[in-house]
Write a protein that binds this ligand. Structure first.
Ligand SMILES: O=C(O)[C@H](O)COP(=O)(O)O
Length: 346
């Protein structure tokens, strides 16, 4: 769901299609191949702690190599084939995936698609599962790992954000957590740019107004993007693609990311700056950081106060990085002129 609201124009909610098609995502879900127990053992000691981390790719690559080697030995060794087929893992899929992904999973294990489970139902099923595939809706809490009683070997996140998985508990219980870090990079970046342009030109408000029989073209002229400064907060996969596109629109792009190397930013023509410099000089601020204890409500009263009056925000990351009560006050006071988001908020 994506929404836009503004201090200067009527607040409105706009529903938009999902950020990418199932097919787009599935083409990148190859890590799900890892549900053979042999490959779990090889990769199990590594866990992902930051969604921008290169480790994510490293783990996925490792798992895939393991599966490739199993596939080769399958054709050569009948014994191994019989071991694999008689010890199929049980894979619980707790949120809707496309059929192509499910078919892939079914070729490796017994797949149980059970959606909308309560946390009690998830906990009661999990002790019979070797793998759990989730999107962002399933909360994989410590209780889930405890209830698994050591059987759960991998949690596959069919998407990027892993803030719904208790990584500390996963590590303690020796469970691998893998995501699909590039699955929806372009879709998310394009969606961010689409929201920014629609927000700047009041597209949804003008649309609603016109559908109510009015023709208020002067009211919804909006602002130009060209020549404006965009601060990209989080220069990972999505953030850097947003930066690339924003430069094409004639914007001056700066970025803040404590983990991004300066030469990667320079290659896109972007200056990496401090958090405070980014938020205090930008006309538009686009959020692309993961939700972690450090980034939780990082856009709070104090940081809104540092922003330029009339700043516009785009959030295609996680609702939790913004303190929403502070945001409402910043909209009311005019510090924030407009905000658009494509993530869950209160
Ligand atoms: O983190 C992600 O990959 C995106 O927010 C999409 O999550 P979803 O698959 O739960 O919609």
């Amino acid at each position: 769901m994506a929404s836009t609201c503004s201090a200067t124009t009527p607040k409105s909610i706009v529903l938009t299609p999902p950020s990418s098609s199932s097919t787009d995502k599935l083409s990148n879900l190859s890590f799900l191949n890892s549900s053979i127990s042999t490959s779990f053992k090889l990769a199990q000691s590594i866990s992902i702690s930051h969604s921008h981390s290169e480790k994510a790719t490293f783990i996925t690559t490792n798992v895939l190599k393991t599966v490739e080697s199993i596939d080769i030995s399958r054709s050569k060794t009948r014994d191994l084939e019989s071991v694999i087929s008689t010890s199929k893992p049980t894979i619980l899929v707790s949120e809707k995936l496309g059929e192509a992904g499910l078919d892939l999973l079914r070729s490796f294990g017994n797949v149980d698609c059970s959606y909308n489970l309560s946390s009690e139902e998830l906990c009661s099923k999990i002790s019979l599962c070797d793998a759990l595939i989730v999107r962002s809706g399933t909360k994989v809490t410590r209780q889930v790992f405890e209830a698994a009683k050591g059987r759960l070997k991998v949690v596959g996140r069919a998407g990027v954000g892993i803030d719904n998985v208790d990584l500390q508990a996963a590590t303690e219980f020796g469970c691998l957590v893998v995501n699909a870090p590039t699955a929806n990079t372009i879709a998310a970046a394009e969606h961010g740019i689409a929201l920014m342009a629609a927000m700047a030109r009041n597209v949804s408000q003008a649309d609603a107004s016109m559908k109510s029989g009015k023709w208020q073209r002067n009211k919804y002229v909006g602002v130009s993007l060209v020549g404006k400064t965009l601060a990209v907060m989080g220069f990972g996969k999505v953030g850097s693609e947003v930066a690339r596109r924003a430069k094409g629109l004639g914007m001056h792009v700066i970025a803040h990311d404590p983990y991004a190397p300066a030469d990667r930013a320079r290659a896109v023509g972007v200056d990496l700056v401090s958090f405070d410099e980014a938020i205090s000089t930008a006309d538009f601020v686009s959020l692309h950081m993961p939700l972690t204890p450090t980034t939780n409500k990082i856009f709070n009263e104090g940081n809104f106060a540092k922003m330029k009056k009339g700043v516009r925000l785009i959030n295609v990351a996680r609702g939790g990085v913004i303190d929403e009560d502070a945001l409402v006050r910043a909209l009311d006071s005019g510090i924030v002129a407009q905000v658009c988001f494509s993530c869950q908020c209160k």
